[in-house]
Ligand binder design. Structure first.
Ligand code: NAG
Ligand code: NAG
Ligand code: NAG
Ligand code: NAG
Ligand code: NAG
Ligand code: NAG
Ligand code: NAG
Ligand code: NAG
Ligand code: NAG
Length: 605
């Protein structure tokens, strides 16, 4: 991440200082020609290793994955010298490090807003349901996701009334901790997990922080999967009746297959790692299993050549077999050349707003109203003393650069007790700032949106609070500076639909142009990604922080991770309507059919 203010809603990975002599490399040969048996393929991979290692035993011990279905390659522990020797061999296309990637987080309303489902609030619904009915709600289509796993008991994944699994399906339901074949049926038709690459870097999986199975500990994968294909669930709401309405995936009858490739990293709240060699194994299986669309809400590195980028490689083999692949563009906007997953054969998805806001303005003592948005519906007194965090700090706990940011242990209870506290934006998560205000006995937090421009990222604070636009923080500060005893209240949040300014690009959504190939325009398309409601893991909290013990079946989060599955669902519906269309045709449809039918999926300029 190059942009510190938004660091906390893209789950960030801090690389551990592993880097010993031997590292995990992927050795890539291209495609299998179908002439060898699985056994022969593994033997061939093994013989390459033997040719650079001192002994057969060492070669055997260093092999991690042998990719045998479609993708030809293997991953192994190698020294830089061994990697260099392999790269010199004729058959070898590329040899590169297996890196950990991150997944990028930072739906009732979003599908209404794009006119696929019945909606309320100001849209023209003459086309509503038309696409869905034509596509039979996607019942013949199979969408695979590479993600953090799935919470199979969510009502969004109910099998009720669904027809038998399509005959073409070859996938499996891999059993593991708290997950067995009874968790797959006609909605979730396949589930697998991959962690050999993870364990080669991070050591044995910590079972307290993860399920060694396709079950989701994070919430991210459950959210993306239910955005693609969740059933219609009435009265789905996150935390206290917010965003209530019928939750539904874009293709409510589509079949879902989860390939769990991302794992929590011990000691890291909101963190996770998806290893390249685990992902390549998942692509290889998903293609062989028979998915028709792949949704990958995982961020790449933005200047990696395609032959060293597993998402580019995996999706190349997928698209060659007519599988459409949607990937998130990344959450590093609004800065130029931050877009990732830029291979021309990928549908690269940016994020934009929907017309739902959670208004919760700040009312200052002089009756001035400052726009704000928040999630939980807390009530505050009519007038509360208001203080700027920078005026309430324990001396010596902050520097000029950290003052006013509500860092841990900085606020003085004597000053803050019972007051609303204005915390300036800083690198840390606003939820943690709220926890500091709560620790010091404050009544509420006013947080400042971490990004400039339109679009507030709502927070599920653990105390009363709201988030104001970044340009409005000076207004509140001025009021505090110029008033003898400043007072304020936060008006309890209301869900408001039909916001006139929607859709606009979410300010965090990554921008083109592409560093490595300026002639290709990316992202390709934009879809809802700001404050999106969808199903969540009950083993996680709404904020994914260990300090948060709340449990929710539905949650609101933001990111291009959330917009990507919207496009995957649309692609699945198009596949259902036009089984003869190639993935390239579906990718280019954004310029005609998709944009006219789904008005908010705008191609960004
Ligand atoms: C709604 O859309 C239909 C067809 O797309 C169009 O004929 C009609 O004029 C639109 N109505 C409004 C109020 O925009
Ligand atoms: C699968 O797990 C459930 C509990 O989650 C259990 O009731 C069931 O017996 C298990 N089924 C098999 C086949 O192991
Ligand atoms: C949804 O909630 C409303 C109000 O609480 C209730 O009247 C309605 O019956 C509920 N609908 C369903 C399908 O549960
Ligand atoms: C649900 O949303 C509707 C508007 O769509 C609102 O009128 C109603 O009060 C909400 N219900 C709850 C329980 O928040
Ligand atoms: C902090 O800011 C004050 C006034 O704005 C200034 O006098 C002081 O030199 C600054 N301290 C540092 C360490 O920059
Ligand atoms: C700050 O406090 C929160 C809980 O209040 C805790 O989860 C977090 O780890 C603390 N951070 C640091 C850097 O101490
Ligand atoms: C946001 O706006 C402020 C004030 O206009 C400016 O100082 C800051 O550099 C901007 N930040 C970003 C990331 O654009
Ligand atoms: C700050 O930005 C918001 C949204 O862009 C706007 O509604 C508001 O009027 C702005 N405030 C000021 C003080 O310019
Ligand atoms: C308000 O006062 C603080 C110091 O307490 C100062 O840093 C800030 O610039 C002032 N803000 C405005 C808008 O005057």
């Amino acid at each position: 991440m190059k942009n510190p203010p938004i660091i906390f809603f893209a789950f960030i990975l801090h690389l551990s200082a592993s880097c010993a002599q031997r590292q995990v490399y992927i050795v890539y040969f291209g495609e299998h020609n179908g002439e060898k048996t699985l056994r022969e393929i593994e033997d061939t991979h093994y013989s390459y290793l033997v040719s650079v290692k001192d002994s057969k035993e060492e070669a055997k011990a260093s092999l991690i994955y042998s990719y045998k279905n479609i993708i030809n390659g293997f991953s192994a522990l190698l020294t830089p010298d061994e990697a260099a020797k392999l790269l010199e061999m004729d058959e070898v296309v590329s040899v590169f490090h297996s890196h950990p990637r991150k997944y990028s987080v930072q739906t009732t309303r979003s599908w209404d807003f794009v006119n696929l489902l019945d909606g309320i609030g100001g849209m023209n619904h003459s086309n509503q349901e038309e696409l869905l009915i034509k596509a039979s709600y996607g019942k013949e289509a199979i969408v695979g996701l590479l993600d953090t796993g799935i919470w199979p008991q969510s009502q969004s994944f109910s099998d009720e009334g669904m027809e038998p699994i399509p005959k073409s399906w070859k996938g499996i339901c891999q059993h593991g901790v708290a997950f067995n074949s009874s968790h797959c049926y006609r909605k979730l038709i396949g589930a697998r997990y991959y962690l050999k690459g993870y364990e080669a870097i991070y050591g044995p999986l910590n079972n307290l922080e993860n399920y060694r199975s396709p079950r989701d500990k994070s919430g991210h994968g459950t959210h993306t999967a239910s955005t693609v294909g969740g059933r219609r669930v009435a009265n789905a709401s996150a935390l206290g009746g917010f965003a209530n309405g019928t939750a539904s995936g874009g293709a409510p009858l589509v079949r879902i297959a989860m390939y769990k490739v991302c794992w929590q990293v011990p000691g890291q709240d909101q963190g996770g790692a998806c290893l390249d060699d685990d992902m390549l194994a998942a692509f290889d299986d998903a293609i062989a299993d028979g998915v028709q669309v792949l949704s990958v809400s995982i961020v790449s590195f933005n200047s990696t050549p395609y032959t060293e980028d597993v998402i580019a490689i995996g999706s190349w083999h997928a698209v060659k077999r007519n599988i459409a692949v949607a990937c998130s563009a990344g959450n590093s906007g609004p800065l130029s050349s931050t877009v990732t997953n830029v291979a021309p054969w990928i549908i690269t998805v940016a994020a934009s707003s929907i017309d739902r806001v959670f208004t919760s303005p700040v009312l200052l003592g002089n009756d001035m109203k400052v726009e704000g948005q928040t999630m939980p519906p807390y009530k505050l007194k009519k007038l509360n003393p208001l203080v700027y965090a920078g005026d309430a700090e324990i001396p010596g706990t902050t520097t000029n650069a950290t003052t006013g940011r509500c860092r841990n242990g900085t606020l003085s209870s004597k000053v803050v007790e019972g007051k609303i506290v204005l915390c300036l934006r800083g690198k840390r998560n606003d939820i943690l700032k709220g926890l500091e205000v709560r620790r010091a006995g404050g009544a509420a937090i006013i947080a400042v949106n971490p990004i400039n421009g339109s679009g507030i990222l709502v927070n599920t604070h653990l105390l009363p609070g709201t988030t104001i636009f970044s340009n409005d923080s000076a207004t509140v500060l001025n009021n505090i500076n110029n008033t003898k005893s400043p007072m304020a209240t936060i008006i309890p949040a209301k869900t408001a639909l039909g916001s006139k300014s929607a859709p606009f690009m979410a300010p965090f959504s990554s921008w083109g142009p592409i560093g490595i190939e300026p002639n290709i325009l990316k992202p390709d398309i934009s879809a809802p990604g700001l404050n999106i409601l969808a199903a969540w893991s009950e083993a996680s909290s709404p904020t994914s922080l260990s300090a948060d013990h709340r449990v929710t079946k539905y949650n609101i989060v933001s990111g291009t991770s959330m917009s990507c599955p919207h496009v995957a669902a649309a692609a699945a519906l198009l596949k259902a309507i036009h089984p003869d269309w190639s993935s390239a045709a579906i990718r280019s449809t954004k310029h005609q059919g998709l944009t006219s039918r789904i008005p908010t999926m705008l191609a960004p300029n």
